[in-house]
Design a protein around this ligand. Structure first.
Ligand SMILES: Nc1ncnc2c1ncn2[C@@H]1O[C@H](COP(=O)(O)OP(=O)(O)OP(=O)(O)O)[C@@H](O)[C@H]1O
Ligand SMILES: [Mg+2]
Length: 250
């Protein structure tokens, strides 16, 4: 049974259909990478999964239970959507930490507000997560005192603090200088080794190839091809996949 199954997801902005019927699934503990050219709909897909946008058609199921049905959107309460959102964590390209809070508070804020556990346990978990991302010594620092790579690692710890079923990344390293990219990719790789279920939108082809169980190539709002990393990168069936991979890896 897949942990996540997406069926026929359709999303438009005005008259423009940006997602034209997206179908895929992912197994628990697997890493799915999404590649594709600019404007193909990758961010929109992640935003629909995190209920920052609402697909007007299609379904999203977690562990075989449909949690979202675009045709029944009107029936969903704010409270229900907030709860469903907790299945997913999202790490943005631009970190988006709260500048007025230190690192520890950035991580504990949401779990404290949602009262997911006792304050002591929430803080203990946050310290464990900081250790995981290699930033135990920075718990009292403010975002402006950290490098981009460190900020992004805090953002990863913050997303993990709510223990999502699936952690999503939208080009987690594209706002970083090349020398800071490695430290963030290393953390994501460690999470993969510890069976964290992840969906990663990335332009880092070598990384995608190394870490992914499955890769999706998006093109103009459709999944043009999906398969194992080996299938997609070494033997793409679709000509557009081949062209895209050739262009980007040159
Ligand atoms: N809020 C919005 N309103 C109107 N159009 C939008 C909105 N968000 C995205 N779009 C359009 O939807 C299409 C897909 O955008 P999206 O950001 O999902 O692409 P992407 O694959 O993430 O691209 P990139 O690689 O540049 O990040 C684009 O044509 C974009 O202009
Ligand atoms: Mg994008």
């Amino acid at each position: 049974m897949p942990i996540l199954e997406v069926k026929n997801l359709v999303k438009s902005f005005g008259k423009t259909e940006v997602l034209k019927g997206i179908d895929f699934s992912i197994e628990k503990g697997d890493v799915l990478s999404i590649i594709g050219s600019s404007g193909s709909g990758k961010t929109t897909l992640l935003r629909c999964l995190n209920f920052l946008e609402f697909a007007e058609n299609g379904t999203i199921a977690i562990n075989d239970k449909v949690i979202y049905d675009g045709s029944e959107k009107a029936k969903m309460s704010e409270q229900y959507i907030r709860e469903m959102r907790l299945h997913f964590g999202l790490v943005f390209q631009s970190f988006n930490l709260f500048p007025q809070y230190n690192v520890l508070k950035n991580i504990t804020l949401a779990p404290m507000l949602l009262k997911t556990d006792t304050p002591e346990n929430i803080e203990k978990h946050a310290l464990e997560l900081l250790e995981k991302v290699g930033l135990s010594d920075k718990l009292s620092s403010y975002p402006c005192e950290l490098s981009g790579g460190q900020q992004q690692r805090v953002a990863i710890a913050r997303a993990l603090a709510l223990s999502p079923d699936i952690l999503c990344f939208d080009e987690p390293t594209s706002a970083l200088d090349p020398e800071l990219t490695g430290e963030v990719l290393k953390v994501i790789k460690q999470l993969a080794e510890h069976d964290t279920t992840m969906i990663i939108v990335t332009h880092e082809m070598n990384f995608a190839r190394e870490v992914s169980d499955k890769v999706i190539f998006m093109d103009e709002g459709v999944i043009a091809e999906q398969g194992t990393a080996k299938e997609l990168f070494e033997n793409p069936k679709n000509e557009r996949t081949a062209t895209f991979i050739n262009t980007i890896t040159k």
